[in-house]
Write a protein that binds this ligand. Structure first.
Ligand code: SF4
Length: 339
């Protein structure tokens, strides 16, 4: 029986070798010891949204919960950039609360938040999914799956998600679990901004001051004005800063149009998934020699190799067992038990 997830299938779709080493090798697959910063920010924002939508609305409690999540995932806070990224994750959630929570709860009933689901795709394949949030529209009763996406690029936001068939597969899993029709998905974007000289460009954590007055972004208005990290220097920190900048906070959020689930497309895609995952399962049988596996789990070289953790094994002749990686923890299965 193979258990697959949206991320494992995505890895196999990008590069079979990456999928094999990342999700199957030696029983668990291999993952980075320290999570990449974008992933840490994403995990922290997801935790904040989970808290918020399950009733934790106090700013301090939210920030504490987000920080605890960051530290649990090996996030470090030694350097300024790490502290700034954590501050950004906190500000993104607190800002969403100020800009969108009320409107969201007026329009939708929350049916579930970060709920684990398992759906049997075929006798030998189970899809594990965790929908960020499932809601029912209070006016027409339709059910939608929400995806929180932290991003440095929010241009053409609808186009980024229109063909995200894997998200639709999760919507299908929710549909089976709920026992009622799921209309489709909505993608809520949390804009992280960029970085200039090591300082975030997000108005949620960076502003300008002349020592008396404070302003959002833009150029400083004379030599007395300087750029500041508001999460560090603004009196009262991020909560007070967001209250001061008011509507400017809301520029950091973008919502896709509702994207309908096309059941024929999803079914067609699932047939492909089942075929591919069945072949993968066959190649993972004990009796298959590793050399044969490596032929089947072929490399798919490209620009992606530049950022791939398996690059040294693919291109510099290192043994994959010697890479500075650790056995993958299955986040669908909860914490890894102590040995
Ligand atoms: S380095 Fe490239 S070819 Fe090798 S596993 Fe990664 S993506 Fe695939």
């Amino acid at each position: 029986m193979r258990k697959i997830s949206r991320s494992s299938h995505l890895a196999f779709s990008e590069c079979m070798r990456k999928g094999y080493w990342g999700y199957c090798w030696n029983g668990t697959g291999l993952a980075d010891v320290k999570k990449a910063t974008p992933l840490l920010i994403g995990l922290a924002v997801h935790k904040g949204m989970e808290l918020l939508l399950t009733g934790v609305t106090d700013d301090t409690a939210l920030m504490d919960g987000i920080e605890a999540e960051w530290l649990e995932h090996d996030g470090e806070l030694k350097e300024f950039k790490d502290q700034q990224n954590l501050a950004l994750a906190k500000a993104l959630v607190l800002g969403w609360k100020r800009c969108r929570l009320e409107e969201f709860l007026n329009k939708f009933d929350v049916l579930s938040v970060e709920k684990e689901i398992e759906t049997q795709l075929a006798p030998n394949i189970i899809l594990q999914a965790r929908a960020d949030c499932v809601t029912r529209n209070r006016w027409d009763g339709t059910v939608w799956v929400w995806n929180w996406k932290t991003s440095s690029s929010i241009s053409d936001w609808n186009d980024q998600w229109t063909y995200d068939i894997q998200a639709m597969t999760e919507a299908l899993a929710v549909q089976e679990s709920l026992g009622e029709y799921v209309q489709g998905c909505v993608f809520e974007g949390f804009y992280k901004g960029g970085s200039y000289g090591g300082v975030s460009t997000s108005a949620l954590v960076t502003g300008y001051t002349d020592g008396q007055q404070w302003q959002v972004g833009g150029k400083s208005r004379g030599s007395d004005w300087r750029k500041v990290s508001t999460w560090l220097e603004f009196p009262g920190g991020t909560p007070q800063w967001l209250d001061l900048i008011g509507p400017s906070t809301c520029d950091s959020y973008v919502r896709s149009a509702p994207i309908l689930k096309d059941d024929d497309q999803v079914r067609d895609w699932l047939r492909q998934v089942i075929r591919k995952e069945t072949d993968i399962e066959m190649m993972l049988q004990e009796e298959i020699p590793e050399d044969d596996r490596l032929v089947f789990f072929s490399k798919n070289p490209g620009r992606r190799c530049k950022w791939c953790q398996f690059g040294p094994a693919c291109w510099s002749g290192l043994d994959v067992a010697e890479l500075p990686l650790e056995p993958r923890r299955d986040h669908h299965a909860g914490p890894v038990p102590e040995p």
